[in-house]
Design a protein around this ligand. Structure first.
Ligand code: SAM
Length: 206
């Protein structure tokens, strides 16, 4: 991502954050505690929603420009133990079974290899650990929205940093060995149509 894209990222997202994402982040993250890894933390939009029950927070972010803004934003966090890591989901540095929770928000769409990333997430979760997710996803098969997602995706992906409009993320989580414990399906508000369908919830490592 260019410096300018990282610089303007939060500005582009302001309306959708206010209309739904802030509320969803709060609802998702109030259940986390212990040792937490967030993957693709971006500029740190989740930071203010982590409760003080989080004892260690690792923020993995491979983009150097996003990391600069992330670093600044961690200064305002009430958490004491925060570490920023330059690593991708497909190749995490963490030891096996080292986190209670892994968090992804609007990032599974961009993984170079979704299956490999989910297997890595599974590897670093402790037994009984959970993946908390909030992701935009493929519309249902056979719908007009899915048709348009499929059509626009090849160009969108190239322009938008490998963001896929039509990923079936829930199915991929199940195939990687997760049990979906909670899931909400809702449309994002105030955003373009191909990005509307979302899922958010909790997937348990089995
Ligand atoms: C759309 S932004 C979302 C940022 C943040 N999670 C949020 O909710 O605002 C996607 C982020 O994922 C990061 N990313 C892309 N591919 C990744 C990968 N393979 N592993 C980890 N992070 C990745 C990007 O650098 C970017 O910061």
């Amino acid at each position: 991502m260019s410096f300018l894209a990282a610089f303007f990222y939060d500005h582009f997202m302001t309306t959708v954050e206010r209309s739904c994402l802030r509320e969803w982040r709060h609802e998702l993250l109030e259940q986390v505690s212990g040792e937490v890894l967030e993957i693709g933390a971006g500029t740190g939009a989740n930071l203010e929603f982590y409760p003080e029950t989080v004892t260690r927070l690792v923020l993995a972010e491979p983009d150097q420009h996003m990391r600069q803004f992330l670093q600044k934003n961690t200064r305002h966090s009430k958490l004491k133990d925060i570490h920023i890591a330059n690593e991708t989901a497909e190749d995490l540095d963490a030891d096996d079974e080292s986190f209670d929770f892994v968090v992804t928000a609007l990032v599974c769409c961009s993984f170079a290899d979704l299956e490999a990333a989910l297997l890595e997430i599974r590897r670093v979760l402790k037994p009984g650990g959970s993946l908390l997710f909030m992701e935009h996803v493929a519309a249902d098969d056979g719908t007009g929205r899915r048709y348009w997602q499929n059509l626009v995706n090849p160009i969108w992906r190239r322009v938008m940093g490998n963001c896929h409009l039509n990923r079936e993320i829930e199915g991929a989580m199940i195939s990687a060995g997760f049990n979906i414990r909670q899931i909400k399906r809702e449309s994002m508000r105030t955003i373009i149509a191909p990005l509307l369908p979302t899922i958010r919830g909790c997937a348990l490592k089995i």
